[in-house]
Design a protein around this ligand. Structure first.
Ligand code: GDP
Ligand code: MG
Length: 163
C-alpha cells in the first residue's frame, strides 16, 4: 500500500469526523490490510487526482488521561512506523492539553511529513485562538472545521504535495 496517511491525536479532537469526510463515498478497506486492529479504521481517499490511504487511529480509546495515555503513545508510534505522512489533530475549543504536548514531543523527532491541524475552527473568531498551537513546536498549522469542511481544501492541497 502506498501513500499512507495516519490521523493521530487525543480523543475527541475530531479525528473520525475528518476521516469520514475524507473517505466519503469510498469503500472501506478494513479487510484487505494486514495488521488491522479494531481500534484503527482504514479507508481510501483521493485529492487532485492523487490517491491515498487513510488510517483513523484511537477509535476505541475512551476514558480519562491516565487510562489512555499509553494507548495514545502506541497509536502514534504505530502511525510513525507505517505512514508516509502524519496528520496531527488538535482542538481549538480545548487548547493545548498535556496529552497534546506528549504527542507533539514524539512527532517533533519524526523525519516524515507531519501536518498540524487545528480543528473546530468553525468561525473566523476562532482563527486567533489557534495561535497558541505554535507552542507545540511543530511550526505552522492548518485550521479546519471537520464538521463543515471549511479549510480542508487547503489542507488536502498540502497533504498531496508532501506525499
Ligand atoms: P475523535 O475522538 O478524535 O475521533 O473525535 P470525533 O470525530 O469523534 O469528534 C468528537 C466530537 O467533536 C464530536 O462530538 C464531533 O461532533 C465534534 N467535532 C468534530 N469536528 C468538529 C468541528 O469541526 N467543529 C465542532 N464544533 N465540533 C466538531
Ligand atoms: Mg475517533
Amino acid at each position: 500500500m502506498n501513500n499512507i496517511v495516519a490521523i493521530v491525536g487525543r480523543p475527541n479532537v475530531g479525528k473520525s469526523t475528518f476521516f469520514n469526510r475524507l473517505i466519503q463515498r469510498r469503500e472501506a478497506i478494513v479487510d484487505s490490510v494486514s495488521g488491522v486492529t479494531r481500534d484503527r479504521n482504514y479507508g481510501k481517499s483521493e485529492w487532485n487526482g492523487k490517491e491515498f490511504s487513510v488510517i483513523d487511529t484511537g477509535g476505541y480509546i475512551k476514558g480519562s488521561d491516565d487510562i489512555f495515555e499509553g494507548e495514545i503513545r502506541r497509536q502514534v508510534e504505530l502511525a510513525i512506523d507505517e505512514a508516509d505522512a502524519i496528520i496531527f489533530v488538535v482542538d481549538v475549543e480545548e487548547g493545548i492539553t498535556p496529552m497534546d504536548d506528549e504527542v507533539a514531543k514524539l512527532l517533533r523527532k519524526v523525519k516524515k511529513p507531519v501536518i498540524l491541524v487545528v480543528n473546530k475552527v468553525d468561525n473566523a473568531m476562532r482563527e486567533k485562538d489557534a495561535f497558541e498551537f505554535y507552542n507545540l513546536g511543530l511550526g505552522d498549522y492548518y485550521t479546519i472545521s471537520g464538521m463543515s469542511g471549511s479549510g480542508t481544501g487547503e489542507l488536502l492541497d498540502k497533504l498531496v504535495e508532501v506525499l
